[in-house]
Design a protein around this ligand. Structure first.
Ligand code: C2O
Length: 458
């Protein structure tokens, strides 16, 4: 039998101080005891008991660090504690409601349908996922008796963090995941994958994070870097083997999910820090099991401020354009042609950064259901056009495929078009959309883009 971390510690303790001198930290210490949940793909939960209210009021605010910060030698102990705590959760028996398996099941049951309970296409996208991370963090803290423990985020918007963070990579440690596919054409992530500035340019929470209703609009936060990072874990021909991360249903099996969503949560916190207001969520609530295995409900209004949940981020992302200096123009839509006012054209020609918010693209269901990402173009591209080099390519909008439901959702795009439209706007712009392969070539004939509205933010 391989030595597990616990038996190793027991041996060391039995041998006393002499053995302690020879303490080494081989990676394989966790190998056996961290994988109880690994084989079980479970999308079921027990019948829900009556839930009581949970009001978050954490006494301590501690920092969530990036994966790169956690890899610094000065944080070795902290990293060790984090890995140990992940291991404790992964060690719980799969049918325990607070096991790793059931964490995944909580997520899975809420994305297995396209009905109202799906937490990806409405304002539950930012809020439910914030709570999901919080309850895991809280449980890790309690199980490891370490009040200071906080989750980690993967700051993929940072040019130095565009591949899987180092601390997740080595085998035989709790952050490793076997069913993890690192797409050779998608890593390192590109600027088009992870540009967060279009999201930070959005003014209304509705555009950023959705409303109480499904897909009215679909939150832009879902279909930008969020989806692109999930999709980077899919295989290049978009079928067959793929990492769990690329399947919405089971993505939380991979520990890197929580670092990815940590950054989505940080993006929301950054959006607020830029002066954007969260809405009144009224009596909307979400449900989770607490560390005592009791079902609790949390009012969304109680999670608008992360400090109540006991954490802040080691850094936030600054908007490239000061919100108060931005101007907004709504394009006039005639048939599929977006036409801009003279004032908008003038502004687009100015040396500012320019963004488009394309609310609810309606005709994506004309493409194969297996399409993950779509390119938006300012002229019709021929099939096989390389978006990376096409002068007409404006940006990308994506979804994460999910084993559990059909993909008919409308997507909202927030893209950066700085310098890309200047020459065309006087005549009006016809926008086209076409599915893209993992190496960003169009895979079907483009169609005119039909959307609810188009806003130019400049
Ligand atoms: Cu619930 Cu990134 O997914």
């Amino acid at each position: 039998m391989a030595t597990t971390r616990r038996t190793f510690i027991r041996h060391v303790a039995a041998l006393g101080p002499v053995a302690m001198t020879f303490w080494i930290e081989p990676n394989s210490l966790w190998a056996v005891e961290c994988n109880k949940s690994d084989e079980t793909k479970d999308c079921t939960l027990p019948d829900p008991p009556v839930a009581t209210r949970f009001i978050p009021h954490e006494p301590k605010i501690r920092v969530r660090y990036s994966a790169a910060e956690m890899a610094q030698p000065s944080r070795a102990k902290q990293l060790q504690a984090f890995r140990d705590a992940i291991c404790l959760v992964r060690d719980l028996p799969p049918d325990d409601v607070i096991s790793w398996t059931k964490y995944v099941a909580q997520h899975c049951t809420l994305c297995a349908t396209s009905n109202t309970s799906n937490v990806h296409y409405n304002w539950q996208f930012p809020t439910w996922h914030r709570c999901f991370l919080y309850f895991l963090e809280r449980q890790m803290r309690i199980m490891s008796k370490n009040d200071d423990l906080r989750l980690i985020y993967w700051d993929w918007e940072n040019k130095n963090s565009r591949v899987l963070p180092d601390i997740y990579a080595p085998k035989n440690q709790p952050l490793y995941w076997d069913n993890r596919y690192l797409g050779p054409k998608t890593f390192p992530l590109s600027d088009d994958d992870v540009n967060v500035q279009p999201l930070l340019s959005l003014r209304s929470f509705e555009a950023f994070g959705g409303t109480q209703f499904q897909r009215t609009p679909t939150p832009a936060l879902y279909s930008g870097p969020h989806a692109n990072v999930h999709n980077a874990f899919a295989d290049p021909d978009e079928s067959g083997t793929q990492g769990d991360m690329a399947n919405l249903q089971f993505s939380p099996r991979d520990p890197v999910f929580y670092a990815h969503h940590g950054n989505i949560d940080r993006l929301w916190a950054s959006w607020n820090a830029a002066g954007r207001q969260n809405p009144d969520f009224g009596d909307a609530k979400v449900y989770f099991y607490d560390e005592n295995r009791k079902l609790r409900f949390v009012m969304l209004n109680d999670v608008r401020d992360p400090r109540k949940l006991g954490y802040r981020y080691s850094s936030l992302i600054k908007p490239a354009v000061t919100p108060s200096k931005q101007q907004r123009f709504t394009a006039a839509m005639k048939a599929n042609r977006a036409t801009l006012s003279a004032a908008a054209v003038e502004r687009l020609s100015a040396p500012t950064r320019d963004f488009l918010h394309i609310r609810d693209i309606k005709n994506l269901e004309q493409f194969p259901e297996s399409s993950r990402r779509f390119g938006i173009f300012s002229a019709k591209p021929v099939v096989g056009t390389d978006a990376k080099t096409s002068p007409d390519f404006l940006g990308m909008v994506s979804r994460v495929l999910s084993g559990g439901h059909a993909h008919t959702e409308e997507l909202s795009a927030a893209i950066e078009v700085t310098g890309k439209l200047t020459a065309k706007v006087t005549k009006g712009v016809d926008l086209f959309v076409a599915p893209l392969s993992s190496d960003r070539k169009t895979t079907a004939e483009a169609i005119p883009l039909v959307s609810e509205t188009i806003t130019v933010i400049s």
